[in-house]
Ligand binder design. Structure first.
Ligand code: ATP
Ligand code: MG
Length: 759
């Protein structure tokens, strides 16, 4: 993405000022990296990458108090994890201590630095203010020899802390107060994590940073806006040295340019390392990698991917004015990335037992896609099916509120991938609390079930479910711009210890991400053991904090709206391949050799009598359209008629084949065929005879035309309105005609003729 820093670099390359771009990322190892650092890393490493240059990783470690090797290692880990490599070597400001000392001696020699022995308070008083110039320190006029001697003795450890500092001889009247003789060295009797006791004087930031950049040949030293005032000083220090390839205390290899950009501030997030350290030390969180922390270690554990963080940094861009970024943008990026990465799984957080009645016995597991079809990603998993399943307790309501799309007494819902069920019984405990539901399995899809589902629910098979712990995280602070640790969100962590997860996820390793359907994205926490998986919720499927409902995509929608709009194809029904035992081959043959739909084949496979009957009809000659008609009639109408009472049937495959043939040939309509089937069940006989008895042969064209004329004559007003352009009335005429035809009219032919006659 283009930004003002790229413009500067492009111009520098074009003008020949530089031929290679060298940037650096200079963290102080006094804490873990956070999402703000990620922005800086993406800028520093990203620009080097974009221009084929290098980016150095440098520990800016000149303060022995707070720095530690633990932090160095964490920083390396996090930069690598984010996807960036610094190559060899890794740089440390502490490696420059000797060289920095010599360069300070040079400044003293040329009269640009002196040893000042004012107390800290006195020094502050001398500095003046924004409106008043400062007063020179009485030590400003010390001779070079005296300064050199004192500096050497400071290094040798002859003085107490605070006794002396080395200051630049800047300009005590400068408008930029940073130039009013800033200190560059102080005495500090503390062991450093790398140099140990070798030094008791340490260089300060403004002196160290510009020289470190110059030593390393940095071309563009990019930092955040709070360093804008330091830039004059950065340039002032470097100007005291000659640019030369010959290393000496009076030279630097190059003169880098400091460029500032706006730091990242995020809503609901605190981002200063000092405050984060306080959270850790006061045990307000469980460590630097607590999944609620904005540290990269915490975000990694929470389930953020490096790609999502880089995408976020791209999205927010690089600018020169400070702003507050909505943390929702970060959450958007992780959702967007995990959508394509995290396989779907079903997890019930608050289990309610459901007994399924009429479940096809041969259906003990089924294959379900790991991703929604629109993503066009491969992958399936097996879902075990059993007569006891768990659904989400909050997915049942009695009585149901208005527009309830889930379970309630009598309601029909879809159990995702499994099929439709009707809630028939509610078992309550002595206290009235719902303990268990009994639901009837109606079929794999709406056509076989003969009814519509109100919504789609997730579920898991009770006997197969994994018992897992789920940690539900929310924002660590519940105010938009937190300022104090007292603004922590008391509900930032809720632990659910008895959630039920589908078993396909067993064996998932720490860091693996899944979408628990309807609940959000979750990832395996390193606290998991082989016996018990622990999951962290990375993010919900939609932004629960948004003031206005965002235009959510299908898979992000709230359950209610998703259920209301989810088209049938979105949820896959079981297929014959999911069946077990010998019926599977027979069901497969129905589908492949006879064109029967999978849902119908599954229904037939669960009932030996029906399956035998259909196969007998095929043997008796039912083929093509007649074959599928027979299968549908048997799985639908016949199954419904026979349910409960089941004596020997007075007809067989031959009769069914004959009936199917009559419909296929257009001799009778489907409606008539159902009626004939009813008579066959009651008293048997021959379908052709029954049709004749009923006088139910499908009406021919002439008969239809007569009926149409009757209909049109009976409704002159509607005819006039139709002819005046209200063609939507066609349906009305078709309905009238079909009623008069008593099921004997072929609907399609009737509609065509009607259209013709109405002109
Ligand atoms: P903090 O202010 O959070 O304590 P810091 O600036 O003291 O962090 P450093 O280790 O000095 O931490 O930072 C290393 C680099 O990361 C610096 O160049 C700094 O400008 C950059 N950086 C730190 N915080 C942010 C932020 N919020 N947005 C962008 N860059 C940042
Ligand atoms: Mg800082």
């Amino acid at each position: 993405m283009q930004n003002f820093i790229r413009d500067i670099i492009e111009a520098d390359l074009e003008s020949g000022k530089h031929t290679t771009v060298v940037t650096r990322f200079p963290p102080e190892p006094n804490g873990y990296l956070h999402i703000g650092h990620a922005k800086a890393i993406c800028v520093d490493f990203g620009l080097a990458q974009a221009f084929g240059g290098r980016c150095h990783l440098r520990m800016d470690d000149t303060n022995p108090d707070a720095e530690d090797v633990e932090y160095v290692e964490a920083i390396q880990r996090d930069v690598r994890w984010l996807g960036f490599e610094w190559g060899e070597p890794m740089y440390f400001a502490s490696d420059y201590y000797e060289r920095l000392y010599e360069h300070a001696v040079h400044l003293i020699r040329i009269g640009k630095a002196y040893v000042c022995s004012l107390t800290e308070d006195a020094m502050r008083e001398h500095r003046g203010s924004l409106t008043e110039p400062g007063k020179p320190s009485p030590y400003r006029s010390r001779s070079v020899e005296e300064n050199l001697d004192l500096f050497a003795r400071m290094r040798a450890g002859e003085f107490a802390e605070g006794a002396h500092v080395v200051r630049l001889r800047g300009d005590m009247a400068a408008a930029n107060m940073k130039l009013r003789d800033p200190a560059i060295y102080r005495i500090k009797r503390a062991p450093h994590y790398r140099t140990g006791d070798a030094w008791c004087i340490y260089p300060l930031y403004d002196y160290t940073h510009c020289l470190s950049d110059a030593f390393e040949g940095i071309t563009h030293s990019i930092c955040t806006l709070e360093f804008e005032n330091n830039r004059d000083l950065y340039d002032w220090v470097l100007a005291q040295y000659e640019v030369s390839d010959v290393a000496s205390p009076g030279t630097v290899p190059c003169r880098p340019r400091q460029i500032e950009f706006a730091r990242l501030n995020l809503t609901y997030t605190m981002m200063s390392k000092r405050k984060l350290l306080q959270l850790v030390e006061e045990k307000r969180v469980q460590g630097w990698d607590d999944p609620r922390m904005p540290t990269l270690a915490g975000m990694r554990r929470r389930g953020f991917t490096p790609e999502s963080i880089r995408a976020f940094c791209d999205l927010i861009g690089v600018a020169k004015n400070n702003s507050l970024v909505d943390v929702g943008k970060l959450e958007f990026c992780i959702r967007d990335d995990l959508n394509r990465r995290a396989p779907r799984a079903m997890c019930v957080l608050d289990p309610l037992e459901v007994e399924l009645v009429d479940l096809p016995v041969a259906l003990s597991s089924l294959a379900a896609p790991s991703f929604p079809a629109e993503l066009e990603l491969d992958g399936t998993r097996r879902l075990p099916v059993s007569e006891r399943v768990f659904v989400e307790r909050e997915d049942f309501a009695d009585p149901p509120p208005a527009r309830w799309h889930r379970l309630s007494p009598g309601a029909v819902v879809r159990l995702r991938h499994l099929g439709l069920v009707r809630c028939e019984e509610v078992e309550r405990g002595a206290d009235g609390a719902v303990q268990k539901l009994r639901c009837r399995y109606l079929g794999a899809d709406e056509a076989t079930a003969g009814t519509k589902a109100k919504g789609t629910l997730h579920w898991v098979s009770a006997q197969d479910a994994l018992d897992i712990e789920v940690r539900i995280y929310d924002r660590l602070f519940d105010v938009e711009e937190p300022e104090s640790l007292d603004q922590l969100n008391p509900r930032s962590l809720v632990v659910i210890s008895n959630a039920k997860l589908e078993p396909s996820v067993a064996g998932a390793v720490a860091g693996a991400s899944f979408q628990f359907e309807r609940h959000g994205y979750f990832c395996v926490d390193p606290d998991s053991s082989t016996e018990r998986l622990v999951f962290n919720r990375t993010v919900t499927l939609r932004d629960g904090w948004a003031k206005e409902e965002p235009r959510a995509r299908e898979h992000d929608a709230r359950p209610e709206s998703r259920e209301a709009t989810r088209p049938e194809e979105q949820t896959r029904a079981p297929s014959v391949a999911d069946l077990e035992g010998p019926v599977r081959a027979r069901a497969e043959a129905l589908v492949s050799a006879h064109g029967v739909s999978e849902a119908v084949a599954i229904v037939l496979a669960s009932d030996a009598t029906l399956l035998d009957l259909v196969e007998a009809a095929f043997t008796a000659g039912a083929s093509g359209k007649a074959a599928t008609l027979v299968a549908n009639l048997v799985a639908g109408d016949l199954r419904a008629r026979l349910s409960g009472t089941r004596g020997p049937l007075g007809f067989g495959g031959r009769e069914l084949a004959e009936l199917g043939g009559l419909v296929a040939a257009g001799t009778v309509t489907g409606a008539v065929a159902r009626e004939v089937l009813g008579r066959l069940v009651e008293k048997g006989g021959s379908p052709a005879d029954l049709v004749r008895e009923l006088g139910a042969t499908t009406l021919g064209q002439d008969a239809l035309v007569l009926l149409i004329d009757e209909v049109l004559a009976a409704h002159p007003d509607e005819v006039a309105r139709y002819r005046a352009g209200k063609t939507a009335l066609l349906g009305f005429f078709v309905g009238q005609l079909m009623r008069r035809a008593r099921g004997k009219a072929d609907a399609k032919a009737a509609e065509e003729l009607l259209r013709e006659r109405l002109g």
